[in-house]
Design a protein around this ligand. Structure first.
Ligand code: FES
Length: 135
């Protein structure tokens, strides 16, 4: 898992060639590495935007406004869930539980930065802040 995280941090996603290189390095079957890549949705199996926004879609977040947050975010950015903006800056994805159910609804930015108690205003501020960081 650490190897996959490093590859993703460096390349933005885990290519099949990377899986094979990791398998070779660890002395494992390539299928064993691919099983890990495909089991956890934190690993990108295709290119994503500069900022990947994972909105939790599990039950506690679902009952605390997660679906509305996902809808607001997708509407603001003009993408469908799992879509990437035309400029390649943002990818929005529904996610499995992010382990912060008490802060529902939550979102994770680039697998690193947790955003708690998301409201439409907080989402708007976050997106604008990330856009400014991109410029
Ligand atoms: S259900 Fe959303 S963080 Fe656990």
């Amino acid at each position: 898992m650490a190897c996959l995280a490093i590859v993703q941090q460096e390349q933005g996603w885990v290519t099949p060639e990377s899986e094979e290189a990791i398998a070779d390095y660890l002395g494992m079957a390539p299928m064993a590495v691919q099983e890990v890549t495909t089991f956890y949705n934190m690993y990108n199996q295709k290119p994503v935007g500069r900022f990947k926004l994972n909105v939790c879609a599990n039950a506690p977040c679902m009952f605390a406004g997660g679906p509305q947050a996902l809808e607001h975010l997708c509407g603001k950015l003009g993408v469908e869930p799992c879509g990437t903006t035309a400029d390649g800056v943002f990818t929005v994805q529904p996610s499995e539980c992010l382990g912060a159910c008490g802060d529902a609804p939550v979102m994770l930015v680039n697998d690193r930065h947790m955003c708690s108690f998301m409201s439409n205003d907080k989402l708007d501020q976050l997106v604008e802040g990330l856009r400014e960081a991109e410029d």
